[in-house]
Each structure stands twice: as C-alpha cells, then as structure tokens.
Design a protein around this ligand. Structure first.
Ligand code: NI
Length: 233
C-alpha cells in the first residue's frame, strides 16, 4: 500500500467528486493520505475529511502564500484545530514546537531562509515537502534530523537536480506525496492529480535508486506512519 503524505482534497478542484475519489483510493493501492490545510478554512475542511474517512489524516496550517491576510487570532484558532482528532502535523513552525507535532515545511525558491528557520528551531521534527533543493541542502537537513518528501515534480523533464538528490538521500528518510491537485506525474502531466498517481512517484524513486518499486512503496509507507505517528493494528 502507498502512503500519499501530502494531497489537498479540500481544494475546490475536488468539489465535483471529492467523496468518490477518496472512497476509491484503497482499491487503487493507496492506504493512507495526509491532507494539509493551507488556510484556516482549508484546515477546517481537512479536519472534517479526516473525521469522515478512516484512511485520511489532516495537517493544519497557514501556507506562506496565504499569509498576506494573516491575523494574530488565526493562531489561536489553529492551536485549537491542531488538538482535534487525527491531526498529525502542522504547517506553522512556532506552533509545531509548542504542540510537539511534526511540521510540514513548504520551501519554494527560499532555500537559504528555510534552512535558517530550521536551524532556529532545533527541537522541531519535520519534513521538507516537494523538496527542490540541492544535494548539499538535503545533506544538511538530513543531519538536522529532517525528512524529505518527493512528488510528481521528480518525473518532469526539467527536474535536473532530482536524480542526484534522490541518489544522496537514504530511502529511510524519504516520503512520497502527490501535492494533488497539482504536479501530476508524467505521463499524466496537465490532468488533475490525485493519490491514485502516487505510485508513479515511488516508481521514479525506485528507478533512480536502482531498487525494486515494492521496496520503495513499503519503506516510504513505514516512514510516513512513523513520522506522523499513525496508529497501526
Ligand atoms: Ni501542498
């Protein structure tokens, strides 16, 4: 079974068929999904989806691109949401430290600033989602105890750094994700993404590392379960 550690099912792209898509994932080999909220509203939706579907967990947070309308009282609401059932991570670094939850870190073309923040909060465990940095940055994050997660972007022709980075990161420190509805892996690039395509990410990692796809699937599942503290039978 695959664990899609980052997919936005609260996104309006899923308004027509959200419940059908989510309900159908186990038959497609996807046994777990984390839906990371990006705003207060989407965090609330993610928490509601986690309450409805046994295989869905939520993260709550405020996405950097949504912070222009940030109000301090949003932090209090976020703190309350973070304490709800099946919330396994948080997209806000200071709160993650306070609430002892792992953080999902979004870094797009802000590698220097991102590393500085990570160094400032040594007690926080986290994952760099959609990792797009260099081998040197990956090695530094690994030393600091962070996980790295990869999605369909590694299947794109212009993903020049990906082969080198994936070769340098031990499988035990990787997770897979879709970032649905965005970043649909090749050969479906351009279509709406969903967790049914996450196997293409695992297969690309397997190909780049010269490992069987089943091994990547099994290890990234175990990594995700451990990282997010998901109860297993
Ligand atoms: Ni995302």
């Amino acid at each position: 079974m695959l664990f899609d550690t980052h997919a936005h099912y609260d996104d309006e792209a899923f308004d027509p068929d959200r419940r059908e898509v989510l309900a159908g994932l186990p038959q497609k080999g996807v046994g777990l999904v984390v839906d990371p909220g990006c705003t207060l509203t989407s965090s609330e939706k993610a928490v509601a989806l986690a309450a409805e579907f046994p295989h869905v967990y939520a993260a709550v947070g405020l996405h950097p691109e949504n912070c222009h309308d940030f109000q301090p009282e949003q932090i209090e609401r976020l703190r309350q949401l973070a304490q709800r059932e099946k919330v396994v991570a948080i997209g806000e670094v200071g709160l993650a430290e306070e609430l002892k939850l792992p953080v999902i870190f979004h870094d797009r073309e802000a590698h220097g600033d991102s590393l500085a923040i990570v160094r400032e909060f040594p007690a926080v465990r986290g994952v760099f989602h959609c990792f797009s940095g260099s081998v040197e940055m990956a090695e530094e994050l690994l030393k600091l105890g962070w996980m790295l997660s990869f999605n369909g972007a590694i299947t794109f022709k212009n993903a020049r750094k990906a082969p080198e980075v994936i070769a340098a990161v031990p499988l035990e420190r990787m997770m897979v994700e879709t970032d649905a509805p965005y970043l649909t892996p090749v050969p479906f690039r351009g279509k709406r993404n969903d967790s049914g395509y996450v196997h293409l990410v695992a297969e690309k990692i397997a190909q780049l590392k010269g490992l069987p796809a089943e091994q990547v699937e099994r290890q990234t599942w175990e990594n995700g379960v451990r990282f997010f503290g998901i109860p297993q039978e």
